[in-house]
Ligand binder design. Structure first.
Ligand code: NDP
Length: 327
């Protein structure tokens, strides 16, 4: 079978990624063998295709932090051959070989049955980024979304695109922050009604509180942008912090929490319990318009991955890359 294998040269410490033929016995031992159909490209995949950044446990390595496909063999009674399944998280593609291969062997606990109404291709158009966007929306809902515009940062990226489409479909007014003005038509097609230039939010402001503007926020960027947004939230509103595409530091003050009761909700898609994953995938099948999802898809093959991995680390990928591992 074909796989994208990352190897490390022990002498130079450099890694290189190439499509290779591997055998079924090369795969790690685990209960369920899945014939992978589609995988995707997430920020972490960019890291794992490259030098690993501490994520990859050992080399050679097959990245791909998510995949969807059909069960081929199972030692676990929960899954039978022919079942359609989806996997995100559990450090698959990092500590365990992942979805950039025509087959994967994984623990049954890590899988979720594909929800009714979603194809394996659509599930991967959603992928980890979209699954995380849904978790972020659910966290905002749990804390109550105020009246007014909901901000989405890093909007043209994977998490941002799906969050924009879901929030708009649920009837919220969505303000999309992007550093790429050329994506305006795309973001409006997903349902954003307001486009905010990245510089507008990134501009340095000394005041810890500004006009109460946002009724909620899905933040994929972190860093200075998240710090500024905290001071612009409405009283009692919540920010679901998903990512750090703009930096891991948080140059903020405690004032928005103390004087505006702002909630900062951390979202982790990796260790989500089974019931939450099933609930989130069910909501995705229901609350994400499939025509909008189609507009986000950029098709790719295993051979495209080294370049796409580099592109996503530079923030240059729009929407969701869907990798057909059999193409
Ligand atoms: P993408 O690269 O697809 O999107 C990130 C977007 O952020 C870019 O498209 C760009 O949007 C914006 N951006 C990039 N660099 C900067 C910068 N320096 N300053 C401001 N904005 C920037 O990545 P994903 O959407 O897949 O992931 C986003 C983040 O979420 C990543 O940090 C990722 O690791 C994290 N993540 C976390 C998960 C979790 O479980 N918590 C799960 C999945 C992802 P634009 O061009 O519109 O400005």
């Amino acid at each position: 079978m074909k796989a994208l294998v990352v190897r490390k040269d022990e002498e130079s410490g450099k890694t290189s990624a190439a499509v290779e033929e591997i055998g079924i016995d090369d795969l790690p031992r685990a209960e369920v063998t899945v014939a992978v159909e589609y995988s995707t490209v997430n920020y972490k995949d960019g890291l794992c295709i490259g030098p690993g950044g501490g994520l990859v446990r050992s080399y050679p390595h097959v990245p791909g932090i998510d995949f969807a496909g059909t069960v081929e063999a199972s030692d676990d009674p929960r899954y039978s051959p022919g079942d359609k399944v989806v996997l995100t998280g559990w450090r698959v593609g990092e500590a365990h070989w992942g979805g950039y291969a025509q087959k994967a062997r994984v623990k049954a606990d890590w899988l979720v049955p594909l929800p009714e109404g979603l194809s394996t291709r659509q599930a991967m158009a959603v992928g980890t980024a979209g699954f995380t966007a849904m978790l972020a929306v659910m966290a905002l809902e749990d804390h109550g979304i105020k009246d007014g515009p909901v901000l989405v940062t890093g909007a043209a990226g994977g998490v941002g695109s799906v969050a924009t489409a879901i929030l708009a479909h649920l009837g919220h007014e969505v303000a999309a922050v992007t550093g790429r003005p050329e994506t305006e038509a795309y973001l409006r097609s997903l349902g954003a009604t307001q486009i905010v230039a990245r510089e507008e939010i990134n501009e340095t402001v000394k005041r810890p509180l500004e006009t109460e503007t946002w009724a909620g926020c899905v933040d994929a960027v972190g860093g200075a942008m998240l710090a500024r947004v905290l001071g612009q939230m409405k009283y009692g509103a919540s920010v679901a912090a998903v990512g750090l595409a703009g930096g891991a530091g948080l140059p903020a003050t405690v004032v928005p929490f103390l004087l505006r009761g702002v909630n900062l909700l951390g979202i982790d898609s990796v260790m989500q319990p089974y019931d939450n994953r099933v609930r989130a995938w069910g909501r995705i099948a229901r609350d994400l318009p499939m025509d909008k999802l189609d507009a986000m898809i950029r098709p790719a093959t295993l051979a495209d991955l080294p370049q796409l991995g580099a592109d996503i680390l530079k923030g240059q990928v729009q929407g969701r890359v869907v990798v057909d591992v059999n193409a």
